[in-house]
Design a protein around this ligand. Structure first.
Ligand SMILES: [Mg+2]
Length: 409
């Protein structure tokens, strides 16, 4: 089989409301690039990457000279063709590679009539559990609804998500307001849902000292882990030495070099695997094997996903035996998806692993066109800017917190 064409289309899907984080916000929409890999046998595979626009589409078109004629079953060959580790110093293609890898696995599964999880060793679970992903939110631009800022709004939002989707693990994205206020919010979650699991992730915005203070203050709660409280392996190591909660990261261990460094001199206990950051589903499965050997924890990171990327997370989660935590997904914050029939459904806080051939999803070309048109109308947004604070940017560690007493506009 040979690859005959690579197409990419940037789409945007509206969010319920803008999601705040330590660097700025997702401005009321996710922008993603949908990749289609075509073959000489008429089978097309789908991939997905975060961000998009003309530059992403040009970057995927730039892979054609490397990959036209390549056999999509030859994934290791493909990795060295476009992601050789020294060449990658000049042309970082890890995330492009991930999207093409999803598509090639989709093609392989469709050709053989088996789901991707079967190509990866077989599933050890039929569904993957997810955490609610709680964000401080700005109001929806059009409706003025959906703000999450006060303790009451946060608890109510969490209660609604728990009732609707069945979540029993709650992740609070912090790093927006002063840590003392976010501590109050996190403790309120613990009080409101005493039997549920919790995790806090301020995207590395806190100083080491504030991280230690925050971590020690929450030691009595049902914490899964303390995710990226501060920046850097050395910072995380100092926090880990002073706080009796496992540390976790999706920022400072995102490749095999860093994983090796973390094993030789531990700073992080739980590695959040991201099928995009690590360059595909298969690198994540390999990394999970290394973690299994050294008895590090494994969880699933969400860098913002539509259905194709979500499918990659489900297949990865299905085959990793040492996945002992609920996965993260922004997915429930989306208003729609590019799949036929809309979004996949949560049942009891979990999503079923697709069992159809390939990624096992039905991508809707009508929806791709609809949301590509919306992207052309609205365009991208700067991830590292806050629409409610136009001149603001954070420091690391940060001290320029938003004011939780002020209603956002
Ligand atoms: Mg994180």
């Amino acid at each position: 089989m040979k690859i005959t064409n690579i197409k990419s289309t940037t789409v945007m899907i509206p969010l319920e409301a803008p999601l705040r984080h330590s660097n700025g916000a997702h401005w009321g929409r996710f922008v993603r690039t949908i990749v289609e890999v075509e073959t000489d046998e008429g089978i097309t595979g789908f991939g997905e990457m975060g961000g998009g626009g003309e530059s992403a589409e040009v970057a995927f078109a730039g892979l054609k000279p490397y990959l036209l004629g390549h056999d999509p079953f030859q994934l290791e060959e493909m990795r060295f063709k476009i992601c050789n580790p020294t060449a990658s110093l000049y042309n970082n293609r890890t995330q492009l590679h991930a999207a093409i890898e999803f598509a090639c696995l989709d093609i392989m599964g469709k050709k053989l009539g088996v789901p991707v999880h079967q190509l990866l060793g077989g599933k050890v679970r039929d569904s993957v559990s997810f955490a609610s992903y709680l964000f401080y939110r700005l109001p929806n631009e059009r409706t003025g609804e959906g703000e999450i800022r006060t303790v009451e709004q946060l608890i109510e939002h969490c209660r609604e998500l728990k009732e609707k989707h069945g979540f029993t693990t709650h992740k609070l994205k912090g790093g927006v307001f002063h840590p003392d206020y976010e501590l109050e919010c996190y403790r309120a979650l613990g009080d409101a849902f005493p039997r549920d699991r919790l995790r806090f992730d301020p995207n590395a915005a806190l100083s080491v000292e504030d991280s230690i203070r925050f971590g020690q203050a929450i030691e009595g709660l049902n914490n899964d882990y303390f995710e990226d409280p501060t920046w850097g392996l050395n910072g995380m190591r100092r926090v880990r030495s002073m706080v009796r909660i496992p540390t976790a990261t999706n920022t400072v261990v995102v490749n095999f070099e860093q994983l090796a460094a973390n094993i030789l001199n531990p700073a992080v206990d739980v590695i959040l695997l991201d099928t995009t950051f690590w360059g595909g589903i298969r690198p994540c499965v390999k990394a999970a094997g290394v973690c299994e050997t050294f008895q590090l924890g494994v969880a699933v990171h969400s860098s913002g996903e539509l259905g194709i990327q979500l499918a990659s997370m489900l297949h990865m989660g299905a085959v990793v035996p040492n996945l002992a935590f609920a996965a993260d997904a922004h997915y429930h914050q989306l208003q729609d998806d590019i799949l036929e029939g809309g979004k996949m459904k949560y049942e009891n806080g979990a999503i079923r692993v697709p069992d159809g051939p390939g990624l096992g999803i039905q991508v809707s070309r009508d929806k791709i066109e609809q949301y590509a048109e919306m992207y052309r109308e609205f365009g991208g947004y700067p991830y590292d800017r806050d629409p409610s604070r136009p001149d603001w940017f954070p420091l690391v560690p940060n001290e320029r917190w938003a004011d939780h007493r002020v209603k956002s506009i």
